[in-house]
Design a protein around this ligand. Sequence first.
Ligand code: SAH
Ligand code: SF4
Length: 364
Amino acid sequence: MVLNILEKAKRKEELCVEEIEALLSITDPEELQALFDCAYFIKEQYVGKIAYFRGLIECSNLCMKDCYYCGIRKSNKNVDRFQMDEEEIFKEAMWAFEAEYGSCVIQSGERQDKAYIEMIERVVKRIYEATNKEMGITLSLGEQSEEVYRRWRQAGASRYLLRIETTNPELYAKIHPADHSMEERMECLRRLRRTGYQVGTGVMMGLPGQTMRDLANDVVFLKTIDIDMVGMGPYIPHSDTPMGQEIPPYTDAQKKAALTLGLKMIAVTRIVLKDINIAAATALQALEYTGREQGLKCGANVIMPNLTETEYRPKYQLYDNKPCTDENSAMCRGCLSGRIKGIGETIGFKERGDSPHYRKRTKN
Ligand code: SAH
Ligand code: SF4
């Protein structure tokens, strides 16, 4: 049954939700390997064996939201809050440019105040101009108005990541306070599309109560909204959060299971969506040291090395055991590059690495 579905996928026939669910439900090790091999086959055909680096700048852990799973939610009093200034963000982006990363990602908790919006606008413009408009600038700064998205786009940002987290409305309501609206998040994805970004979204896998059918529906959703990039990762409990308090820290077996589920989702997403960019999330590495390289072997083609100053890293803990919090950017570059070459891939240094899907979509 599973092998038949994979044959169908290799012939580029469309898979229905039941077939996607069957692939996500694989437990047999041989079938699992066949799934990963099929995803890698599709990856090679559509995006090649090139891994792109996006230098990640986690510029602030201030957040006005209170997502029940996240370590930097506003009600967590055990967080030492920080905000990088414009100069610090600029310097990190320039470090990435000089290290020949084709692009950077600026991420933070959600803030919608005027001072923050203007600061981001200024720094994006500065980075864009100082890199001769060569650097791809991705933002991951949560929900904003259409006007704000437009301003940041005009300043030079070309990509935006906003995860839908889950497409099951009941599950969404369980993991967020009542005033966090799934419809508003969906609307933000439409706003981003209207304002001309390459749009990225994704989900968390392994949420309490989440089923394989939920995840299969998530993949169908990504296809239906014609997304350009996907960033998704396993949910990892954080002990200072309402959800994390109900779940004891993962045992080794639970970590392994969460990693496998994360890899299966990457593989299935590659098989179904084909020519998009897919990031191997840092959360994979929190579960196993080589988690992100395993992500590349299962269909991902983007890695986000951390550029955040070592001093700030322990303060940006979305989940427990976040890896590399005691390293600096140069260490991340060196150690990742070696590991990626080790799996037989090249690194797209100096390339923006736009999603082929986006290029095709905007040509017509
Ligand atoms: N505030 C922005 C960007 C920072 S959060 C936003 O929410 O979009 C980035 C992502 O971290 C979230 O989309 C969520 O999917 C992920 N995240 C938060 N807590 C997590 C946890 N405990 N385990 C795994 N991923 C988590
Ligand atoms: Fe804030 Fe994003 Fe964490 Fe939600 S997931 S609390 S919006 S940083």
